[in-house]
Design a protein around this ligand. Structure first.
Ligand SMILES: NC(=O)c1ccc[n+]([C@@H]2O[C@H](COP(=O)([O-])OP(=O)(O)OC[C@H]3O[C@@H](n4cnc5c(N)ncnc54)[C@H](O)[C@@H]3O)[C@@H](O)[C@H]2O)c1
Length: 254
């Protein structure tokens, strides 16, 4: 049903992989900042629950099924948000598949699976919304990369790390080519965050060693990363473009 819902909120964002973890934190931060939020995920039930947790009325937050590998899924989500709230101002590419496996044990098919969600998904999102934002003459894209994409990673697989490195490169290409159309594209590269995914993937004893090796001696705050995404998506962030915003406790300084 293409019914524009009246909302006192003037800006709208689409966040991918928003049913849990950092994506849910990012959706929450945008919602607190006054945005209408389209939360999307391959897990439709989970993302609809996450949207209801932000706004049970559905007036300012909705859940959308979106597999980031599919161009048509991004286009459908874009159209749904435009129909509902009149336009989209920002996209956050956050969805991820994370697999921990030694490099010599990664099957080529598993490599493809991870790269397809993480890198192709970000490419497709940037392209679909790049075209849309170009038409509007303004737009903001924030890609969630990772420290692993800069240093090869510590507790993750080569497919994950390589996909995150690719996201950093894609960010620069889209940032350069879309800038003349009023669009900025930035990446955030977090180090290990205080999230369930980290505790699920890294055994407790190994995690303690990782934390010991972080100069600030603690895991990162997902909410701070989320607020950084909001900052980069603001109308005022017009001169921040093509940058990789390191939030890693000092693990990588450059
Ligand atoms: N957790 C960390 O410490 C950390 C550190 C650096 C970067 N990051 C980045 O933060 C982001 C979120 O990480 P997280 O730990 O919250 O992950 P997570 O695994 O908790 O959540 C990922 C979400 O992506 C969704 N997803 C998976 N495949 C999808 C697809 N094909 N289409 C749409 N959605 C799909 C999942 O259903 C899930 O909801 C990722 O980009 C990750 O690389 C996380």
């Amino acid at each position: 049903m293409n019914t524009t819902v009246s909302s006192s909120r003037s800006r709208t964002v689409l966040v991918t992989g928003a049913s849990q973890g950092l994506g849910a934190a990012i959706a929450g931060a945008f919602h607190r900042a006054g945005y209408n939020v389209g939360l999307s995920d391959i897990d439709e039930e989970g993302v609809c629950a996450a949207a209801r947790a932000l706004d049970p009325t559905g007036e300012s937050a909705i859940g959308l099924a979106l597999d980031v590998r599919e161009q048509t899924a991004f286009e459908a989500a874009r159209d749904a948000l435009v129909a509902r709230w009149g336009g989209v101002d920002a996209l956050v590419n956050n969805a991820v598949v994370t697999i921990v496996r030694p490099v010599l044990e990664i099957a080529p098919d598993e490599f493809d699976q991870v790269v397809s969600v993480n890198l192709r998904g970000t490419f497709v999102g940037c392209q679909v919304f790049g075209r849309y934002f170009k038409e509007r003459g303004v737009g903001r894209i924030v890609n969630i990369a990772s420290l692993a994409g800069q240093n090869g990673g510590t507790a993750t697989g080569a497919h994950y790390a390589a996909s995150k490195g690719g996201i950093i490169t894609l960010t620069k290409v889209f940032a350069r080519d879309l800038a003349p159309f009023g669009i900025t594209v930035n990446a955030i590269a977090p180090g290990p965050l205080d999230l369930p995914s980290v505790r699920a993937l890294v055994p407790a004893d190994k995690l303690a060693g990782i934390v010991e090796g972080i100069p600030v001696r603690h895991l990162g705050s997902p909410d701070f990363v989320a607020e950084t995404a909001v900052h980069l998506a603001s109308a005022q962030a017009a001169f921040a473009n093509g940058a990789v915003w390191d939030i890693n406790g000092g693990l990588l300084m450059r």
